[in-house]
Design a protein around this ligand. Structure first.
Ligand code: FAD
Length: 385
């Protein structure tokens, strides 16, 4: 491999460059990024940056020391055999890393609709979160809950519109999500409510009711940013399909981060995880694979969210049907454990209980069985259950 092209200059992209160099790759690297910014972390955008505690979150890396040719503000348009078509012309490669991440889904309607994906989005939105502003947040998922938190802190009048029967229902299930409903005190939380369209001055709900808003923020999820690959002979299904080595269906092409749907040995299923930890670590495997080493990506997925003064941390993967066991009451600090039929731990969610997260993650990794009766006692350490 002489020339590696990395498409997407987010965390997965820049980590791929670092991993290639760390493994001794001395050839040419070109990093292509649609945004004009150098690589930055997104988690702070809905936290410190939106709250006004920070202005940026650039990744601490030295692109010139990495000897990478960084094409900022350039988009990949298509992929042909051995070449990427970009807005600045064609670029040949011997190795390719696809790290184009994901992009927000928006709703119908011609009213102004904000999303929160980029640093520019965060700055735009922050300027609008002023005392007394009426803010409608569509979606009570991770982004919606964090935006609602910041908007409340800024003194806005916040309405959160959620189609599901509880916040976070889509990610964690309605029963667990319902445990967070109390956190929405002071927010007009509309559950089981569908949006028809976003119009000038607010949101029209299905059924005709109109919710007035100066600012509408849509946080209903993302889709993998793979449109540019539509005409390529590459397997796409809910993102770029890869094997456990993060190899795509094309030779010398790997994928990592939000855009990649990889085969998980551990969970015997295909996973696409839209979280920071994956973008941080998967590139090590992607780079190794590209350089011909035998590496496997098989993590226990991890993520966190900070909302309404609470720290939520999740590790694992829980397909539907696992048994839920709670540790602690919803009013205080608590955790939830998903147990398999064989009483091993499939996943853990810790709310303000970081030890449960750390210990739970190790238990999942080791595949230990747990005693469900001891588990319900929050005073018994998870590792002693
Ligand atoms: P991205 O970060 O999406 O980067 C991909 C880059 O590729 C983008 O800059 C994009 O512009 C560029 N690109 C796309 N298409 C092209 C193209 N055709 N040509 C050139 N460039 C292209 N995760 C957590 O675990 N915890 C959190 O608390 C958390 N908070 C978050 C808060 C916000 C507001 C957001 C948006 C995400 C949050 N995440 C969080 C998720 C986490 O940030 C993502 O999983 C991570 O950014 C994925 O990194 P990535 O490099 O795969 O993709």
């Amino acid at each position: 491999v002489k020339h590696v092209v990395v498409v997407g200059a987010g965390l997965a992209g820049v980590r791929s460059v670092e991993a290639l160099r760390a493994r001794g790759f001395a050839g040419r690297i070109t990093l292509i990024g649609q945004e004009r910014h150098r690589p930055y972390d997104r988690p702070p955008l809905s936290k410190a940056v939106l709250l006004g505690d920070a202005d940026s979150s650039f990744v601490d890396t030295d692109l010139s020391a990495l000897e990478v040719d960084f094409w900022a503000g350039v988009s990949a348009k298509a992929l042909r055999d051995g070449a990427v078509e970009t807005t600045e012309g064609d670029l040949g490669y011997d190795g390719l890393v696809i790290a184009t991440g994901a992009e927000p889904i928006t709703l119908p309607g011609d009213g102004p609709q904000h999303v929160l994906r980029t640093l520019d989005d965060a700055h735009e939105l922050r300027a609008l979160l002023v005392p007394g502003a009426r803010v409608a947040v569509i979606g009570a998922g991770w982004i919606g809950a964090e935006v609602a938190t910041a908007a409340r802190r800024a003194g806005c009048a916040v309405t959160v519109i959620e189609a599901g029967e509880a916040p976070l229902a889509h990610a964690l299930g309605p029963e667990l999500g319902a445990r967070t409903t109390g956190w929405y005190e002071g927010v007009d939380l509309r559950l089981g409510t569908m949006v028809h369209e976003v119009r000038e001055g607010g949101v029209e709900l299905v059924g005709g009711e109109f919710v007035d808003a100066h600012v509408v923020v849509t946080g209903i999820g993302v889709r993998p940013a793979v449109e540019w690959l539509a005409s390529a002979e590459i397997d796409l299904h809910n993102g770029v399909v890869t094997d456990e080595h993060l190899r795509t269906s094309l030779p010398n092409v790997v994928a990592a981060g939000d855009c990649a749907a990889w085969w998980s040995r551990r969970f015997q299923s295909r996973l696409r995880v839209e979280h920071w930890d994956t973008a941080l670590h998967a590139p090590e495997v992607a780079a190794a694979t590209l350089l011909g080493e035998d590496a496997v990506y098989d993590p226990v997925p991890y993520f966190w969210s900070e909302q309404f003064g609470h720290m939520l941390q999740y590790a694992g993967h829980h397909p539907a049907g696992e048994r839920l066991v709670y540790r602690g009451e919803p009013e205080g600090k608590w955790s939830a454990c998903w147990l398999t039929a064989g009483d091993t731990l499939a996943a853990v969610l810790a709310v303000d209980r970081p030890r449960d997260l750390v210990q739970g993650r190790r238990i999942i990794e080791a595949g230990h069985r747990l005693d469900a009766e001891r588990l319900v006692d929050p005073d018994v350490a998870l590792r002693d259950c």
